[in-house]
Design a protein around this ligand. Structure first.
Ligand code: CDV
Length: 370
């Protein structure tokens, strides 16, 4: 007969690591919305987050402007949407500086998504990325940059003139920075650090250092391959901004279930939630997922559904509108230890000898026909 275990059996090494975080969902930004108007709306959401004692705010993908990759653009018409770094310092980006200044004033951390115009070589060659940066209020600098890896859509526009295009492959290069997690200094109180003699990966410091964070952008969230590298770095929090079309039959495909704009939107919201809840659970991390949403230019619908998800895959708070809306929650990163130490204790349960196909092969190769 097996022994009867006491009430503490199976308890994990959780310690309280509480922080108040916010997602700043944005309603539509149209082609003719002045930059200043968009900026004022973003600043207002940051003011609200500060009032609610949030220490981190997350904005959507390409937050400050309309979702321009649906349009065929070139020259200045295209370049107006891109931000060009000064001295390699995103906090000085002319169009975005007010956000960094306000975050500095509030000592608030910030995930900010924007279209990046990067100088790639000493000859001054320019390339474009779909980018997010993480600004640390405590460090007063950008401590991590991420460039979207999975670019959806097509290079050429669709033949049907009234189709909604998704031309990210035309306007951006795939991200070249990988999925590098980082620690956000001071985001939770009392974190152990090297100064106090602690070492990363030592049993007594696991889950006690400054929070480990990863960034994704929109389509990346649909791919388990994007989340697992963060899980393997012990990520406790993944941040993701998105612009997800609610009705684009050419891009998404249609069937009986999605034959009307209403049905297609319901499915898009379902798939958004499916990706972020499952991958938060399977990597034992929280996630903050933030939309730009509503109908841009009166005819391009984007889903809302911004939510903060806990490390068990449950939605903690979800936006109720398709407009500017702040979602706020106090989350306890200490809760991540249970998943990381039990069901998803990677070091005990993963079988990498069987995973080669995942990195060795891109497209599908079916078994031989019978
Ligand atoms: N901006 C995006 O990456 N949007 C895609 C749509 C086009 C499917 C998404 O994955 O939400």
């Amino acid at each position: 007969m097996g022994s009867i275990q006491g009430p503490s059996a199976g308890h994990t090494a959780e310690s309280s690591r509480k922080v108040i975080v916010a997602g700043a969902q944005l309603g539509p930004i149209n082609v003719d919305t002045p930059r200043e108007e968009g900026m004022n709306r973003m600043l207002k959401l940051m003011d609200d987050a500060h009032q609610k004692h949030a220490k981190l705010i997350v904005y959507p993908e390409i937050a400050p402007v309309t979702f321009f990759p649906r349009h065929i653009l070139e020259g200045d018409e295209l370049e107006q949407y891109f931000e060009q770094e000064v001295d390699g310092d995103a906090t000085k980006l002319p169009n975005l500086k007010p956000l960094f200044d306000r975050a500095r004033q509030y000592k608030m951390d910030m995930y900010l998504g924007y279209a990046e115009h990067a100088t790639e070589s000493s000859e001054g060659n320019h390339v474009h990325y779909n980018t997010a940066v993480y600004y640390s209020g405590a460090a007063d600098k950008v401590i991590s940059k991420y460039r979207k890896v999975h670019l959806p859509g097509t290079f050429e526009p669709y033949e049907r003139k009234d189709a909604t295009n998704q031309l990210e492959k035309r306007y951006f290069l795939p991200g070249n920075l990988g999925f590098e997690a980082f620690r956000a200094p001071g985001l939770v109180p009392g974190a152990v650090n090297q100064k106090s003699g602690a070492k990363a990966n030592a049993p007594d410091s696991l889950g006690k250092g400054d929070p480990i964070i990863g960034m994704l952008i929109c389509n990346d969230r649909r791919w388990p391959e994007s989340w697992r590298p963060y899980g393997l770095q012990g990520a406790e929090l993944v941040l993701c901004g998105y612009n997800t079309t609610a009705w684009a039959p050419e891009l998404i495909g249609t069937n009986e279930k999605t034959s009307t704009p209403e049905k297609a939107k319901a499915e898009a919201l379902f798939h958004n939630k499916l990706c972020i809840t499952y991958n938060s659970y399977a990597n034992a991390c929280f996630s903050i997922n933030v939309a730009k949403c509503g109908v841009e230019d009166g005819k391009y619908p984007l889903i809302g559904g911004s939510c903060i998800v806990d490390c068990d895959g449950e939605v903690v708070v979800e936006a109720q509108t398709e407009d500017d809306e702040l979602i706020v929650a106090e989350i306890d990163l200490g809760m991540c230890r249970r998943g990381k130490e039990k069901v998803f204790a990677f070091e005990r349960h993963r079988r990498t000898e069987h995973y080669g196909r995942i990195v060795g092969q891109t497209g599908v190769v079916e078994p031989d026909l019978l």
